[in-house]
Design a protein around this ligand. Structure first.
Ligand code: PMP
Ligand code: GLN
Length: 386
């Protein structure tokens, strides 16, 4: 019998369901403590949550303007002035989006064409490469230095060629918790000077930097800012990841192209959420300043609880993730160990190899410490028994 003609060829033949979904599902099935997918197990501030219901009651339930509610864009501009000491034009440079993921997708779709190369640093967050592939570009994976997970700028320089269209950076870094220094941005600026390379800077954990460190935003570097999409997420800042609301700051020409795609991917972000965020930011402009101490305390609690375990670790510099090195615990690969920990020990984690083109021989798991203290302590008790 003649075989049926396939209806279509997958555009993403190697892409499977994300590790976050896989591990969260397994955690739920096993009733394990879920330190895999990154989200808080506590709510955002009630003053923020209450405003959503209030605005729904006020009839703010229809489409917002495509680039975002003006009041929210004004708050973002005010925040950038306060925190980064920069002026941004809310009209032409700030776009509110339904999640940083959407902005990343739109930025890539808007600027990467067939045959273009996009440099990422492994381990890298999972939504970048599939977007590049859909744009018919090529992702070039440059491994970060191990341990420490800093960028090897010589390797980055060697990867740049006439086809390089974009370089994606992410600081504070998911999954490793490392942060870029001012010198890293200087190296990046050297690398792209006199080229047409665009920077996509994923800064969703901008406020989660510990031990007195500062976050270095591309927005503060005039040369980089002139060629960058900088992407942020209200979900991380206000403990509301499920709201999937964020924003992108980019110069006028890049913003114009981003919006051309954004208006046909989702058109707008959710209206009452934007109203609530604008109100909360106006009433509590200093809220983001509390996050570093808040999460550092959780990181320290988690790390202190692991002192007598056989895992080794360097406390994260940023994000709400902690890497654990497990070579003294097991010689299994990280994916198998993550499954075993979930099923047999009741703690779910994320294997790091899934964020790498070449898994290498390092043995790390990522655990999320955006959890209540009791949850973290119980998780460390279980991990110490292994
Ligand atoms: N980038 C990184 C590095 C992230 O960890 C996340 C978290 N989900 C995102 C982007 C996406 O953020 P959002 O949920 O706002 O789409
Ligand atoms: N950013 C979250 C993490 O790193 C996951 C978001 C998602 O599930 N797509 O865990």
């Amino acid at each position: 019998m003649k075989s049926a003609t396939p209806l279509f060829e997958s555009k993403l033949p190697k892409v499977a369901t994300t590790i976050f979904t896989v591990m969260s599902q397994l955690a739920a099935e096993c009733k394990a403590i879920n330190l895999s997918q990154g989200y808080p197990d506590f709510d955002g501030p009630s003053e923020l949550l209450d405003r959503v219901a209030w605005h729904i009651g006020q009839g703010h339930n229809q489409y917002a303007p495509m680039p975002g509610l003006p009041a929210l864009r004004d708050q973002v501009a005010a925040k950038c002035a306060r925190i980064y000491d920069i002026a941004t034009d809310a009209e032409t440079e700030i776009t509110v989006v339904p999640g940083a993921t959407e902005a990343i997708f739109c930025a890539i779709m808007a600027t990467v064409s067939k045959g273009d190369e996009v440099i990422v640093f492994d381990p890298c967050y999972d939504c970048y490469a599939p977007a590049v592939e859909l744009a018919r570009g090529r992702t070039i994976h440059v491994p970060m230095r191990v341990p420490g997970f800093s960028i090897d700028w010589d390797a980055a320089r060697a990867a740049v060629n006439a086809n390089t269209r974009m370089i994606i950076i992410n600081s504070p870094h998911n999954p490793t918790g490392s942060t870029l220094l001012a010198d890293d941005l200087a190296q990046l600026a050297d690398l792209v000077r006199d080229t047409g390379i665009i920077i996509l800077s994923d800064e969703v954990y901008e406020h989660l930097v510990f031990d007195g460190r500062s976050h270095h935003s591309v927005l503060q570097h005039p040369e980089l800012r002139a060629r960058a999409f900088a992407v942020f997420s209200f979900g991380k800042t206000y403990h509301v990841t499920g709201w999937k609301t964020g924003y992108c700051i980019a110069p006028l020409l890049l913003t114009k192209e981003l919006r051309k795609v954004h208006q046909f991917v989702t058109f707008v972000a959710v209206t009452p959420l934007q109203y609530a965020l604008a109100d909360f930011m106006a009433a509590y402009p200093g809220f983001p300043d509390t996050l570093a101490d808040f999460y550092q305390e959780k990181r320290d609690l988690f790390c202190a609880g692991l002192k007598s375990s056989r895992f080794s670790y360097t406390p994260s510099a940023g994000t709400y993730f902690q890497l654990l090195e497990y070579s003294a615990v097991s010689d299994m690969n990280d994916y198998e160990l993550a499954r075993k920990l979930t099923k047999q020990h009741g703690v779910a984690a994320i294997p790091i190899s899934v964020f790498c083109e070449e898994p290498g021989d390092t043995q790390y798991l990522r655990l999320c410490f955006a959890k209540h203290g009791d949850t973290l302590l119980e998780a460390t008790r279980r991990l110490c028994k292994i």
